[in-house]
Ligand binder design. Structure first.
Ligand SMILES: NC(=O)c1ccc[n+]([C@@H]2O[C@H](COP(=O)([O-])OP(=O)(O)OC[C@H]3O[C@@H](n4cnc5c(N)ncnc54)[C@H](OP(=O)(O)O)[C@@H]3O)[C@@H](O)[C@H]2O)c1
Length: 262
């Protein structure tokens, strides 16, 4: 299938590893010129042909502005914006529950998962409007269900709402906005002993490999396995394509069946 993406341009945030790296790889493989933002440039990102890696801290207003400026300088205009940056901040990862999450953690979580995306989107929208482009926000199943930590799920719920609002406000002017909501995905958050799963495994006194083997059953992943980052990237790439040109405002789960509600 020709996704008709050759020669288009994309800005991807949180692109140095995990899902963002795979989205960058998949778009570049379709002939898209990609500007890829993160605080660090990993060897895997630097090795991708046709990709301009840009360092910026998206948890700050200045970082978001600098990323959009440098990406515009590299690409000219934006056809695709993938707001992938996000995650659970360390203090919230360790929190026992709502009462254990202080103002600073809430603030950091919202900077990382919502405000960075608000700022990058505001900066890129004039160009996306000129190009009748597409915005894809990477949210989480935590936006739709009460998985801890609560600050993360709340920020992702706001992000999902943002996509819908953008779809409504700009859809009539040719800009589509969509959400992709991953469930447990095999990135360092799960596979690295220092990540989210490693912390949970340690708290239970369990070995990480054994803990991971039990995750599908414990989380109700119907397929029996975690999602691979490249699988989510393939979905994002299709949604970015003109072939998906009348898909707007929808939220696509990429969770192996964790969420049971329709
Ligand atoms: N993995 C999952 O199971 C899962 C499930 C549901 C939703 N998600 C969502 O999917 C997205 C990607 O998750 P992932 O697991 O691939 O994450 P990841 O492996 O932790 O990668 C996060 C990316 O964001 C960058 N980043 C982090 N903080 C940043 C900052 N302040 N400024 C700029 N870049 C920053 C990181 O690079 P630097 O550290 O170099 O900056 C990295 O490239 C996130 O929005 C996450 O919430 C993931």
């Amino acid at each position: 299938m020709d996704l008709q993406l050759t020669g288009k341009t994309a800005l991807v945030t949180g692109a140095s590893r995990g899902i963002g790296l795979e989205i960058t790889r998949a778009l570049a493989a379709e002939g898209v010129r990609v500007a890829a933002g993160a605080r660090t440039v990993t060897p895997e990102l630097a090795a991708l042909p046709g990709v301009t890696a840009i360092t910026a801290d998206l948890a700050t207003p200045a970082g978001a502005a600098a990323l959009v400026d440098q990406a515009a300088a590299a690409l000219g205009e934006f056809d695709v914006l993938v707001n992938n940056v996000g995650g659970v901040v360390p203090a919230s990862m360790r929190a026992a529950g709502f009462l254990d999450i202080d103002d600073e953690s809430w603030q950091r979580t919202f900077e990382l998962n919502l405000f960075g995306t608000v700022r990058v989107t505001r900066g890129a929208l004039p160009s996306l409007l000129r190009r009748r482009g597409v915005i894809i926000n990477i949210s989480s199943i935590g936006a739709r269900a009460a998985f801890p930590p609560v600050d993360y799920g709340t920020a992702k719920a706001a992000l999902t709402n943002l996509s819908k609002a953008l779809a409504e406000e700009f859809g009539g002017r040719g800009v589509r906005a969509l959400t992709v909501s991953p469930g447990p995905t095999r990135t360092r958050n799960w596979s690295d002993p220092g990540g989210y799963a490693g912390d949970l495994a340690r708290a239970e006194g369990a070995d990480l490999d054994r803990f991971l083997a039990e995750v599908p059953a414990r989380m109700g992943i119907t397929t029996g396995r975690l999602t691979e980052p490249a699988e989510t990237a393939a979905l994002v790439t299709f949604l970015a394509s003109p072939l998906a040109g009348n898909l707007n405002g929808a939220d696509y789960l990429a969770d192996g069946g964790v969420l049971k509600t329709v």
